[in-house]
Write a protein that binds this ligand. Structure first.
Ligand SMILES: NC(=O)c1ccc[n+]([C@@H]2O[C@H](COP(=O)([O-])OP(=O)(O)OC[C@H]3O[C@@H](n4cnc5c(N)ncnc54)[C@H](O)[C@@H]3O)[C@@H](O)[C@H]2O)c1
Length: 263
């Protein structure tokens, strides 16, 4: 797909964390089908990850699934080593792996819970971005990073101190890194989804009444799909998005604009 030719030359190679499920899965499949080799990570479900790889290879693309805990330095190192050995220097990175908020108020939250969420949602992008940047530096190449945040990076919810703090931190990690890497032409952007129908919202998917109630609060009148988010991710990775860096793009059907309405 000419649209995905990168401005800094060479054949692009992608890593998608959380590529076994939801938004990461859609992004990995779209990249694979655009003839970009993809190393996608899985955490829990090898069969689901293998099914994503099969969908890509069946359409003529190249993909590999790698078991990775994104919050673990050695695990991230092993992921990049395998991807580089198989496909070459990684110049596209999508950080989609993450855990959802627990709904536990701070006074009741165990440190271990806060730590688990921070490791997945904030340390993960720190570790993968750092590893990618180090190898781009030695290869003297540009690149693209998309970090999947959430509208809750700036719209807090009671019971979300773990998630909201991690995503707020991720927004600043994205912006800071964009500044550091602009001279090297590595673009770093965030995507902040609202309610997207993925396994993260399985209880709404399984209970249509609950889904209808939540969708009624979304001005656009419905939840989003993982493919809609993946299309935005692919745009940000493409040459069409050259010169966009350091920003977070909201994709939420105007949900995050509904604060302070009607009073
Ligand atoms: N679905 C939504 O409504 C929504 C809204 C806003 C933001 N997001 C964000 O989008 C991203 C993708 O979420 P999704 O909706 O596709 O959910 P999902 O649950 O389908 O996918 C998340 C994936 O991350 C993996 N994961 C969790 N912890 C990990 C770890 N430590 N190491 C490696 N992998 C790990 C899970 O196994 C899962 O495969 C997340 O960062 C999430 O916070 C989702």
């Amino acid at each position: 797909m000419a649209h995905h030719t990168l401005p800094f030359g060479g054949a692009p190679v992608a890593i998608v964390t959380g590529g076994e499920s939801g938004i990461g899965r859609s992004a990995a499949i779209k990249l694979g089908k655009a003839a970009i080799p993809v190393a996608l990570t899985y955490f829990a479900d090898e069969a689901r990850a293998n099914a994503v790889v099969a969908e890509i290879t069946d359409s003529g693309g190249r993909a590999v699934a790698v078991r990775t805990d994104v919050g673990d330095e050695q695990s991230v190192e092993a992921l990049f080593e395998l991807a580089e050995e198989r496909f070459g220097t990684v110049d596209l990175l999508v950080n989609s792996a993450g855990l959802n908020m627990t709904g536990v108020m701070l006074r009741d939250m165990e440190l271990a819970q806060f730590d688990r969420l921070m490791r997945a949602d904030l340390y993960g992008p720190f570790l993968t971005c750092r590893r990618m940047v180090r190898s781009l530096d030695s290869a003297n190449r540009g690149g693209r990073i998309v970090n999947i945040s959430s509208i809750h990076e700036s719209a807090p919810r009671a019971g979300g101190v773990d998630y909201d703090a991690a995503k707020g931190g991720l927004a600043q990690l994205t912006a800071t890194l964009a500044l550091e890497l602009a001279p090297k032409h590595v673009a770093v952007n965030g995507v902040a989804p609202g309610m997207i129908l993925t396994p993260m919202n399985q209880s709404e998917i399984d209970h249509p009444g609950e889904l209808t109630r939540k969708e009624a609060a979304i001005p656009w009148g419905r939840a989003g799909t993982p493919d809609e988010v993946a299309d935005l991710i692919l745009f940000l990775l493409s040459s069409a998005a050259d010169y966009i860096t350091g920003t977070t793009v909201t994709i939420d059907g105007a949900l995050s604009l509904t604060v302070a309405q009607g009073a």
